[in-house]
Design a protein around this ligand. Structure first.
Ligand code: MV4
Length: 449
């Protein structure tokens, strides 16, 4: 096992990894920016190293400085958390070239899955259903139009290097297609430095369900069930839950089988998530793979009882997964609410500033993952996530009730947060009935009628 791990991240996920290290008897070294100097969670690490200025490009994205920090501190592995360098295959490669283990998949798997068009190819090879579409666009315009008309409008034009909703365009008909294509291409070039596109048929009113997987380097792959992430606003998830209230047991079994088959075909190792859209008839389609630990991993930890960060570290050290697929028996219902420093009454504008009051809820079935504390300042320079409130109860009904109780107990002032908005969601009959799609928030809670 590793003796020392460097954490290339900040905030709640850095703290989550520090805690996992401590339980495994591993020393943690946490890097930080000038902006995060003095942050409380850094005191829980065994060592903290400043790597540069506030802007991520001057610190948390400075791969050479991070590797140098690992070398001078004697860390044998780097945990990237989520965001920043977590899905950067060149960084994973660099770490391993420097004889530092990158806690994540192989650089090759990351590269192949990071290209969403290529990920579709892997899914196809694994006989996992994909949205009808075109991975490699013919250069010839006529030929392309014939192929698109075969799929049928409306279609979605996506950036191969995209993901998480960036660089997408819908074309409703042939007349709008050419303009949408060139706009998407320009956007992709500007956002990702890669203008490669692919096309899919538009799935209308989909649900978003993802499967958690974990694989070791000894050919063992397990799934840990699904999470429903349908509830989001402008591609920002607000609330995630497991199991999904929107699918039947057959769909659930199919999704998990698909996820494992795809991971095997990609020679995947480490923790990962396979994302699917489920259409109005309940039919699932693979869309992309997230080759990292995700923000919402705690809901899976709660229902499965497994510590995903711990397992991720163990398999990176070459150890085998110690549990069989049959031993994965999810129990109860877990929900996570994302508490962001944003003002829902002002179009979710970031609301940075002091935490004069920060009282965290507790009691049965409540977990709070946060780096926040009374007296902290929320920086406007980073992601607005300040806490994740996770509840785990025997049934969904009880989980909703506990979530409402805990959200009302949470006191954060004077900055604004997403708490009142999430409380509105939890009272909406369509959410309670588990009958929503990805357009729910905009339609039911944000339209001014
Ligand atoms: C789609 C889609 C409809 N049809 N693909 C958005 C994020 C990215 N991961 C994939 N996304 C979508 N892809 C096809 N072919 C609709 C979305 C989508 C969406 C997906 C998941 C969760 C929320 C969403 C909100 C808007 C659009």
């Amino acid at each position: 096992m590793f003796k020392r791990i460097l954490i290339a991240n900040r905030g709640e996920i850095a703290l989550r990894i520090i805690r996992a290290c401590r339980e495994l008897g591993i020393e943690s070294v946490c890097v930080f920016s000038e902006e995060d100097r003095g942050a409380d969670y850094l005191k829980l690490a065994d060592k903290a190293i400043c790597i540069g200025g506030a802007a991520p490009k001057n610190s948390y994205l400075k791969s050479d400085r991070i590797i140098a920090a690992a070398e001078v501190s004697g860390a044998e592995a780097i945990h990237p958390g989520y965001g920043f360098l977590a899905e950067n295959h060149q960084f994973a490669e660099k770490c391993r070239t420097c004889n530092i283990e990158f806690i994540g998949p192989s650089a090759d798997a990351m590269r192949q899955l990071g290209d969403k068009a290529s990920a579709r190819g892997i899914a196809k090879k694994a006989k996992v259903p994909i949205v009808p579409g075109i991975e490699t666009l013919p250069e010839d315009e006529e030929e392309l139009m014939v192929a698109v008309e075969k799929i049928g409008f409306p279609v979605m034009i996506k950036a191969a290097a995209g993901g998480g909703g960036r660089g997408m365009r819908i074309a409703h008909s042939k007349t709008h297609f050419k303009a949408a294509l060139s706009q998407a291409s320009q956007e992709a070039e500007a956002a990702f430095g890669n203008k490669t596109l692919y096309i899919e048929k538009l799935i209308e009113k989909p649900k978003h369900v993802e499967v958690q997987i974990i694989a070791d380097n000894h050919n063992n792959i397990r799934h840990l069930g699904e999470r429903d992430c349908t509830l989001q606003r402008r591609h920002q998830k607000l609330l995630e839950e497991s199991p999904s209230p929107m699918i039947d047991s057959r769909t659930r079994r199919d999704l998990c089988t698909y996820a494992v088959r795809l991971a095997k075909t990609a020679s995947y190792s480490s923790a990962g998530t396979v994302e699917f859209l489920v259409d109005e008839k309940g039919k699932p389609y693979f869309i992309e793979v997230n080759a990292r630990i995700q923000v919402e991993h705690p809901v899976t930890e709660e229902v499965s009882g497994y510590d995903l960060i711990r397992e991720q570290i163990r398999v990176a050290a070459g150890e085998s997964l110690e549990f069989t697929q049959r031993s994965v028996q999810p129990t109860g219902h877990a929900i996570e609410a994302r508490i962001n420093a944003e003002d829902p009454a002002a179009n979710f504008r970031p609301s940075a500033g002091p935490l004069d009051k920060f009282r965290v809820p507790g009691g049965p079935g409540v977990r709070v993952d946060t780096h926040g504390y009374q007296g902290m300042r929320v920086s406007p320079k980073y992601d607005s996530l300040i806490a994740k409130l996770i509840v785990h109860r025997p049934t969904r009904e009880e989980a909703i009730r506990t979530m409402k109780r805990a959200l009302r107990e949470f006191e954060i002032a004077p900055i604004k947060t997403t708490i009142p908005f999430i409380l509105r969601v939890l009272d909406h009959p369509d959410f309670v009935a588990g009958k929503i799609d990805t357009g729910f928030v905009e339609r039911a809670l944000l339209s001014d009628v």
